[in-house]
Design a binder for this molecule. Structure first.
Ligand code: PRP
Ligand code: URA
Length: 208
């Protein structure tokens, strides 16, 4: 599908399988989210613009290259927080701007409860949310980032349902979506099948 990228790598399959396992405890689940977010980050940053920079090695001077331009990370609370440090490890100068949504479990509509945006948006924004189920939260988050003024937006998720991808594609055809895996479908409660359950609860150990 145009602008939709599903990672094809044995490490993704390996870590995704451990992530999905119902026996995986929260501290391991968090590590798995982080590992998969690193793999997503490597993919979505493949074409970032560079600028030349002179560097003195211990032996001589050479012309190296460093990233050009401001990059913003917008984790959708809560579960998007689980991906943020992994992205920051690879992009230490990125800015983090938070967006809070929870999904009303009856209407399935996203409810906004927090926004922290400046008056000066970065040119490129990565929206982070491990789960793209109906796509309502992602589409609403992307809409807010667009209103903020970012020129280019890329969506990063760990697991997506076909319904969620279709929804985001319809609302935001200009936004690329990169995911570790595209699952089969949503169940009646709009949970992804086979999925992994509730990502936020598994990250933050709030299942009880
Ligand atoms: C989850 C997930 C997404 C959303 C996906 O968040 O992290 O934000 O549901 O569902 P959608 O595609 O149908 O909108 P949730 O509302 O459970 O909040 P949480 O991250 O605080 O647990
Ligand atoms: N949110 C989750 O955390 N998991 C799902 O399967 C759907 C929405």
């Amino acid at each position: 599908m145009d602008k939709v990228f599903e990672l094809d790598h044995p490490l993704v399959q390996h870590h995704l399988t451990h992530l999905r396992n119902r026996e995986t405890p929260p501290h391991v689940f968090r590590e798995q989210v982080r590992r998969l977010a690193v793999l997503l980050a490597a993919e979505v940053t493949r074409d970032l613009p560079l600028k030349e920079q002179i560097v003195d090695t211990p032996l001589e001077q050479m012309t190296g290259a460093v990233l050009a331009g401001r990059i913003g990370l917008v984790p959708i609370l809560r579960a998007g927080l689980g991906m943020t440090d992994a992205l920051l490890d690879l992009l230490p100068t990125a800015e983090v701007w938070h967006l809070g949504f929870y999904r009303n479990e009856e209407t399935l509509q996203p409810v906004e409860y927090y926004q922290k945006f400046s008056s000066n948006p970065p040119d490129l924004v990565f929206v982070l949310d491990p789960m793209l189920a109906t796509g309502g939260s992602a589409a609403a988050g992307i809409e807010m980032v667009k209103t903020w003024g970012a020129k280019e937006i890329r969506m990063l998720s760990i697991i997506a349902a076909p319904e969620g991808i279709a929804h985001v594609r319809e609302k935001h055809p200009d936004v690329t979506i990169t995911v570790c895996g595209i699952d089969r479908e949503l169940n009646d409660a709009a949970y992804i099948l086979p999925g992994l359950g509730d990502a936020g609860d598994r990250i933050f150990n709030t299942l009880n």
